[in-house]
Design a protein around this ligand. Structure first.
Ligand code: QAP
Ligand code: CO
Length: 168
């Protein structure tokens, strides 16, 4: 197992649109294990492959209270189940230290492949629905800061650029 480096906003590599996974094999499962290790260590509740600079359509999450319900989604596809939306104060391991309110569909259906390569389908709401949509955005090169005003996004970008300069 290994901890992976997480790309941070405004790194342009986070804008890459990820490609579908063609084969679910042991190499992919090793990446999945490393992504879980990285997510739990952060600590975080969701991580998309794009955030660790692997541009494949794969994400991991665990929204359980005890951090013992790991879930894997490969080539996920989401459809909203209602026109209703809900807001949530979202954060992101790629935008550390910042939280903003984002509005998204409240109930969704997701189709994906699991860790075994078998297709499954489930209906989601609450934090799971928020987290899934947030992580699928990453696979499309999008970030939660794209859902807020340009003024707020630019402020966050400037603050993180300063942090990155001081780190270097
Ligand atoms: C995405 O985010 C998410 O700023 C997962 O300093 C977030 O795991 C989905 C984190 C909220 C739904 C609701 C953020 C850790 C973790 C930070 C995360 C930080 C340290 C974020
Ligand atoms: Co994120």
């Amino acid at each position: 197992m290994a901890l992976l480096d997480i790309l941070e906003f405004p790194d342009p590599r986070l804008r890459t649109v990820a490609k579908p996974v063609e084969k679910v094999d042991d190499e992919l499962r090793k990446l999945i294990d490393d992504m879980f290790e990285t997510m739990y260590a952060a600590p975080g509740i969701g991580l998309a492959a794009s955030q660790v600079n692997v541009h494949k359509r794969l994400l991991v999450l665990d929204v359980s209270d005890d951090h013992n319900e790991p879930m894997v989604f490969i080539n996920p596809e989401v459809t909203p189940l209602t026109g209703e939306t809900k807001t949530y104060d979202e954060g992101c391991l790629s935008v550390p230290g910042f939280y903003e309110t984002v509005e998204r569909p409240d109930r969704i259906k997701v189709r994906a492949l699991g860790r075994d390569g078998e297709p499954f389908e489930m209906e989601c709401d609450g934090l799971l629905a928020v987290c899934l949509q947030h992580e699928i955005d990453h696979l499309d090169g999008k970030l939660f800061v794209d859902h807020i005003s340009r003024l707020k996004r630019d402020r966050i970008r400037k603050k993180l650029e300063k942090v990155h300069r001081q780190r270097a």
